[in-house]
Design a protein. Structure first.
Lengths: 174, 439
């Protein structure tokens, strides 16, 4: 690899990381309308259900596309989720959750002129009411599409480490 | 009369005034009795037949707090037994599903076949002197198992009546869903837990139309459409006569709303409504139903509209785990199947546009039952008390021609008390009340 490629890669890594951190901040600051602007029109936002399987049967651990999922969304349904929060009747989020996203281990898997495939790990902590707490941990596979100086999220696959969630709801964004 | 208010548990339910005592939602001693008299007696939903389709397929489920393996033996016959080795009690299977010919305890290696029979004991000849009789030490079998329209149920009580008798008139209700097509389970189960007493979730299923327009108002205002294919996102004031309510002996029941005149039935998900064979199976009254929320007592919620099975299993007086399974018609075109699954994924489940607010509210109901002073003040289930007149005609088993009422919920608590006060299934069968007259 020649030096200029390495420099370009470092620049891209930096741009992608800064984008993901800014995006996480928008959610934690509850600037959901600004966050929606980062979603591509053909967004695929998916969190499959998981089950515990024996060694050797890991291929069946995650539900496949078209099967049971916790999120099975597109851009329009993500807009609905945000509209729901603004109605004044969204009991699961009023009073609101206090969330904190920690995004790490950001790794660029592949890229073309237009698309960057990124893997990262996340921890999403939620505090609610006086002392309710939730912690969701997992990895994400994001497909980012270049958009001028920034990116749009074209695909987000979210793989939780948990099988059975110890949470009364998932009224937050990953 | 099991309903005598001087009896231990009947006194927590006042049917004439529509009152239920808060203590039954949090009291640890009451919960211990529920484990015996309700979860130890009732037919409980285990799994769908298509989730263990092949010989040696198995799933790990729960009956109350008991972990239970449901599996097919080599001949395809279904067995169910407690997932606990008879030697030290360890689970002999620690995964959710799979296919196996044997369950091997990880502690000392006792090995059981898919009938639950003990086959292998390391050191049987030399260490046990060949004296341990394997036939006596098989996994504890669920006393009876049976299925209805693909749903496999089990009961720990050998004296329980047949599943058919237990479901009784509820079969007519369940057929609201099962007569729509030929169903299979979508792979994988959505599971999540919350600090909720199981009865709050059940009473929501059996008859709480009242909460819909308020609890789920934000989802409807946001333009979310539930998965039954009949497009109508309008929010109207509740109309009492826009549907009917049914309850049965042993605590089952449902509420069904009629299709709106303006409902759009041209969507792929509503295509079955134009099938003359389906309409003939359902008959005129059930063909008019838009969606029914149904409860198979004690803890299975069945939705005939978006086609889900939601089991709410208790893990203590203030904890449930929900298991959601989506059912689809085997004969659906792939794109329609995808559409239904997507709609269900967005509707129910912890992130569901509807269900996220249910979790919040049931959690709060349970929290509201904890206070010792609060417990002096009963909860109000009085909507429609004294107005729930049963119509008896050839169209259906006895039904109440009202959609908005708390008759079904109050009936469920009445039956809950019957189970709690009865000594045994024979007493319950002989002395339980049938829903007739006026609730």
């Amino acid at each position: 690899m020649i030096a200029s490629d390495r420099a370009a890669l470092r620049d891209l890594q930096y741009d992608v990381e800064q984008f993901l951190y800014r995006e996480a901040d928008l959610i934690d600051e509850r600037r959901f309308d600004d966050w929606l602007k980062l979603l591509a029109d053909d967004l695929e936002y998916w969190m499959p259900v998981r089950s515990t399987r024996a060694l050797g049967d890991e291929g069946n651990e995650f539900a496949k596309p078209g099967e049971s999922a916790l999120f099975d969304d597109d851009k329009e349904s993500m807009h609905q989720r945000v509209r729901k929060l603004h109605t004044g009747y969204s009991w699961a989020e009023d009073p609101p959750s206090r969330t904190r996203h920690v995004v790490s281990n950001v790794r660029i898997e592949s890229m073309t002129n237009d698309l960057v495939e990124v893997r990262c790990n996340f921890m999403l902590y939620r505090s609610r009411l006086a002392a309710d707490e939730d912690l969701w941990v997992g990895r994400r596979e994001d497909r980012l599409r270049r958009n001028g100086e920034s990116f749009l999220i074209a695909r987000r696959h979210i793989y939780l480490d948990q099988v059975s969630l110890s949470s009364k709801n998932l009224s937050v964004f990953f | 009369m099991l309903a005598d208010r001087s009896i231990a548990y009947a006194r927590y339910v006042d049917r004439s005034r529509g009152l239920v005592n808060r203590k039954i939602f949090v009291d640890p001693e009451i919960y211990q009795v529920e484990r015996e008299n309700i979860f130890g007696r009732c037919w409980l939903y285990l799994t769908h037949e298509t989730q263990i389709a092949k010989p040696h397929d198995f799933v790990n489920v729960f009956m109350g707090e008991e972990p239970v393996i449901v599996c097919r033996d080599g001949d395809g016959a279904v067995h169910a037994f407690i997932n606990s080795c008879r030697h030290r009690g360890n689970k002999v299977c620690r995964v959710d599903a799979g296919n196996t010919k044997a369950f091997v305890c990880p502690y000392h290696g006792w090995t059981f076949d898919t009938r639950g029979d003990l086959q292998g004991v390391p050191g049987h000849r030399d260490l046990y002197f060949g004296e341990l009789d394997r036939a006596d030490w098989g996994l504890v079998k669920v006393a009876q198992i049976a299925s209805y329209r693909g749903l496999i149920f089990g009961t720990f009580d050998p004296e329980a009546p047949s599943l058919e008798e237990y479901l009784g008139d509820m079969r007519w209700g369940l057929d609201l869903l099962f007569d729509q097509g030929d169903f299979e389970a979508v792979p994988n189960i959505t599971r999540w837990s919350m600090d909720v007493n199981w009865k709050f979730a059940s009473d929501n299923a059996i008859g709480d139309m009242y909460h819909g327009a308020w609890s789920h108002r934000s989802a409807m205002l946001a333009g979310h459409i539930s998965g039954n294919g009949t497009r109508s996102a309008s929010i109207k004031p509740p109309q009492r006569d826009n549907g009917f309510t049914m309850v049965t002996a042993y605590g089952h029941g449902f509420n069904a709303n009629y299709l709106e005149a303006a409902a759009q039935l041209d969507t792929p998900l509503a295509a079955w409504r134009k099938d003359p064979a389906a309409r003939a199976r359902l008959g005129e009254l059930r063909s008019r139903v838009n969606r029914a929320n149904m409860l198979v007592f004690p803890n299975l919620f069945v939705n005939s509209g978006s086609r889900e099975l939601m089991l709410r299993n208790p893990f203590g007086p203030e904890r449930i785990e929900i298991w959601k399974t989506i059912l689809v018609d085997k004969n659906m075109p792939p794109e329609t199947r995808r559409q239904q699954v997507r709609a269900s994924n967005r509707h129910f489940g912890p992130a569901g546009m509807f269900e996220q607010d249910d979790g919040e509210n049931w959690d709060q109901s349970t929290a509201g039952a904890r206070g010792n002073i609060s417990q002096r003040y009963d909860l109000n289930y009085s909507m429609g008390v004294g107005h729930g007149t049963f119509v008896e005609d050839e169209q259906s088993p006895p039904r109440i021609e009202s959609l908005y009422n708390e008759n079904a919920q109050l009936w469920m608590y009445h039956v809950w008390a019957e189970f709690m006060d009865a000594e045994s299934w024979p007493q319950l069968r002989a002395e339980h009340d049938e829903p007739r007259g006026v609730l």
